[in-house]
Design a binder for this molecule. Structure first.
Ligand SMILES: [Zn+2]
Length: 410
């Protein structure tokens, strides 16, 4: 049973959502990093739509010579609330990943196909669902003349799929939002089929490269060399053991509830079997609970490298490839988040489950700037897959929850 929307509202919004999808999904928005021309054309369609709803829209263009028009557009629109000093921002990204192998699709990925409750197309879930959620909620408020308790901010951003440098990170650096005391964020870009999963935290991510140097030699004369491959394996095992012994904190909010340390990629060494390799290079993917600092983990890796080097005579070099700080977890008892969890509980009849994940959402950039941010929507998680779809019933349930928050809980 919807909380805010009546039967006729549901019917009206359903056709609005389908029409809206049909207007912007066919307008491709692939980032240049993924072989596309950027988001400008799609942003124009969406800006027009926001203006049609009577919202104030501001465009923030990040310069990118590779993209159409030389820019990566970001749209900020505001529907004023009764208390104009506070804003809930709904952040959705306009860019998508490519469709992949077209033969795996049952329909054209760029023409929206509706089958019963399901809507198919590249980007209908990731993150078209966030876009239609925000616009449908705004449309309902405007058409019914309802005033939300706080401002509804809509941020349609570029460049989420390839790093956010021209998208949310750009906006944060420009100071486009209000301070963390007044502004908070809903990121509808991941979730669960019953709408209970609310992502409130992420782990730090560290990607490092470890190079072990020995001395190349003929394989029949090992005593004349120093086998970097063997030493590399020994070092990997030693590091693996030590990291898992030292960083043992358990946080049940996270899935999985521990820090993870995985050796992953390995670089090719010698091209022939009868040569003892002189260099061994391995990469690690580490996801670290935010109660640790990235620095203390890296210090541990460096200390193990130092003692291994002293013990074996091999050179061990540790280089960060990418370090991504998680920021403080979002507090579920903060006044913003508490109200939204209540809205989920009341509008959906499910108990919201705040969780932490290994990383990968834009909420980490927001948290790093001190903002409260949750990642939430209702979906079957079909992002990046062929035959990506969402359900109209999911979108409408999310619109109802968002409206319940804005009208009754904020
Ligand atoms: Zn996404």
């Amino acid at each position: 049973m919807p909380r805010v929307l009546g039967e006729r509202d549901v019917d009206k919004l359903k056709s609005y959502i389908v029409d809206l999808y049909k207007r912007f999904i066919p307008v491709k928005a692939l980032p240049p990093d993924l072989g596309g021309r950027g988001e400008l054309e799609r942003a124009r369609v969406l800006q027009e739509e926001l203006e049609k709803l009577g919202l104030r829209v501001e465009r923030f263009d990040a310069s990118d010579p590779r993209a159409e028009g030389g820019v990566r557009p970001n749209l900020l629109a505001v529907l004023p609330g009764r208390d104009e000093s506070r804003t809930l921002w709904v952040v959705a990204h306009m860019d998508t990943v490519p469709e992949g192998d077209p033969s795996l699709w049952r329909s054209n990925p760029y023409s929206v196909v509706v089958e019963g409750d399901k809507v198919y197309g590249r980007g209908v879930e990731d993150d078209g669902q966030g876009i239609v959620l925000a616009l449908a909620a705004a449309k309902h408020l405007v058409e019914k003349g309802l005033e939300p308790r706080v401002n509804l901010g809509i941020a349609l951003v570029s460049d989420e799929e390839a790093g956010s440098r021209y998208g949310l990170i750009y906006l944060l650096e420009k100071g486009a939002f209000g301070p963390p005391e007044t502004d908070w964020f809903l990121v509808p870009d991941a979730g669960s089929p019953d709408g209970s999963k609310v992502i409130v935290a992420e782990k730090h991510i560290a990607w490092i490269r470890v190079t072990v140097r020995g001395r190349q030699a003929h394989a029949s004369m090992p005593h004349t060399g120093l086998n970097a491959h063997r030493l590399g394996m020994m070092f990997s095992l030693e590091l693996d053991r030590l990291l898992h012994e030292r960083f043992t904190r358990y946080d049940e909010r996270f899935e999985p509830p521990v820090s993870t340390f995985e050796p992953t990629r390995k670089e090719e060494n010698v091209g022939n079997i009868n040569t003892i390799p002189g260099v061994d290079t391995v990469y690690w993917d580490m996801r670290i609970l935010p109660s640790y600092s990235l620095e203390e983990v890296l210090d541990t890796v460096r200390a193990v490298a130092y003692s291994f080097s002293a013990k074996t005579g091999a050179g061990v070099e540790v280089e960060p490839v990418a370090l991504d700080e998680a920021g403080e977890p979002t507090r579920t008892d903060s006044v913003f988040v508490k109200g939204f969890l209540e809205a989920i509980r009341e509008a959906r009849g499910v108990e919201p489950k705040p969780v932490g994940i290994g990383g990968g959402t834009v909420a980490r950039y927001l948290r790093r700037h001190g903002y409260q941010a949750i990642v939430w929507m209702t979906c079957d998680e079909t992002a990046h897959q062929p035959n990506e779809y969402t359900r109209l019933s999911y979108v409408l349930a999310d619109v109802d929850t968002l409206l319940h928050y804005l009208l009754n809980k904020a």
